[in-house]
Design a protein around this ligand. Structure first.
Ligand code: KIV
Ligand code: ZN
Length: 389
């Protein structure tokens, strides 16, 4: 079995930027690329150079500025695309060309009006063209998720023979179930004779909410690269979320898999991407959502205050998030209320808290969240009343 390092291929600047409204200018792309290098990603997919002069310029500037991370440009299986990608990547310390073609019958028949034999030839040809410019060529078999495994294995064997060093198995439509995607990767591991000459990459979309689960199934089955984006941005329902796969591998050490991501940068970078792309993060998003470390129900708060591990599997500091929050709502209990009074400098015994809790519930029922200012007012009034009595 291959060693345990899983390469993180970040495509926030390519697949992520395809999201309507998320378009970035060259300066923004360059700034984010430098942050991605700091984060420790192994490959930055900087764009699709032939798609526009602006994207060519962005890839070109990123290629020159990045010091050690691989910089990748996307192309179709078209000679001109590959030439333009190579030109944009000039000056990169580690340039990679990502080229490929659709391999499912949907793509072969409806998109290309072609045959499996012709697509196989075009796949081999595009890898050979790309190898004229760099030794680092990644081939994508678009819609591999719905491609017949025997045919996929033939294509993958042929492109590796032609010089592909990474083979990307995209679940382009987010169709597969985790066990199916895992079996597909295992099928390639077991049936492509030269598979040891290339890394297998997972590129999973989130149409059924399974992108992260599928990518993890893929690496368990033998893939050693995951293509992902900050905040899970990407076409339609998005791509695999970088922060999720990285933390899953870190949490589940028994898998023997790891990444080189500096996890304490995950939350700051998530915010930067969200602000730069003007794309808010859903509050309940794993790892980087604003509620990811908030506890609001009484039962959870009580357990959390006794021992954080009862309700938290990740220490927020480990992912650069603000400390865990106890949010006071009408579902909160006495322990959380007593804890918050204590934090605000009020020492109350059990009987005091019982009395104050009734008043707290009245306030909590009238608003979504009880603020510290409400509590201070309640506590001060209570102290005044008890002093008079
Ligand atoms: O989803 C997909 O298949 C892609 C390829 C271009 C890699 O983004
Ligand atoms: Zn994609």
């Amino acid at each position: 079995m291959a060693e345990g390092k899983v390469r993180i291929f970040d495509t926030t600047l390519r697949d992520g930027e395809q999201v309507p409204g998320c378009k970035l200018n060259t300066g923004e792309k360059l700034m984010l690329a430098l942050q991605l290098e700091e984060l420790g990603v192994d490959i930055i997919e900087a764009g699709f150079p032939i798609s526009s002069p602006g994207d060519f310029e962005s890839v070109s500037q990123i290629a020159k500025a990045i010091k050690h991370t691989t910089v990748c440009g996307l192309s179709r299986a078209v000679q001109k695309d590959i030439e333009v990608a190579a030109a944009a990547l000039k000056g990169a310390v580690r340039p990679r060309i990502h080229t490929g073609i659709g391999t499912s019958d949907y793509h072969i028949k409806s998109k290309f009006n072609s045959t499996r034999e012709d697509i196989l030839e075009r796949a081999v040809q595009c890898v050979k063209w790309a190898r004229n410019y760099t030794d680092d060529v990644e081939f994508y078999a678009e819609d591999a998720g719905r491609t017949d495994n025997d045919y996929l294995a033939m294509v993958i064997e042929a492109v590796i023979k032609a010089g592909a060093t990474t083979v990307n198995i995209p679940d382009t439509t987010g169709y597969c179930l985790p066990y199916q995607y895992g079996e597909k990767i295992a099928y390639l591991v077991n049936n492509v004779p030269n598979i040891d000459k290339a890394f297998i990459s997972c590129h999973c979309h989130n149409d059924l909410g399974l992108a992260t689960a599928n990518s993890i199934a893929g690496v368990i089955a033998g893939a050693r690269q995951i293509e992902c984006t900050i905040n899970g941005l990407g076409e339609r329902a998005g791509n695999t979320s970088l922060e999720e796969v990285v933390m899953i591998l870190k949490q589940h050490k028994h898998l023997g898999l790891y990444t080189d991501i500096k996890t304490e940068q995950l939350n700051p970078l998530s915010r930067l991407v969200s602000d730069t792309m003007r794309m808010p993060v859903q509050p309940n998003k794993a790892i980087v959502g604003s509620n990811a470390f908030s506890h609001s129900s009484g039962i959870h708060q009580d357990g959390f205050l006794k021992d954080a591990l009862t309700y938290e599997i990740i220490n927020p500091e480990e992912v650069g998030a603000d400390s865990s929050k106890i949010v006071l709502t009408a579902r909160s209990g006495r322990s959380a209320l007593a804890y918050r009074f204590q934090k605000l400098g009020f020492q109350f015994d059990r009987n005091d808290v019982d009395v104050l809790y009734k008043e707290f519930l009245n306030v909590a029922d009238s608003k979504k969240e009880v603020e510290d200012s409400d509590l201070s007012r309640m506590a001060t009034e209570y102290q005044q009343q008890t002093a008079i009595a």
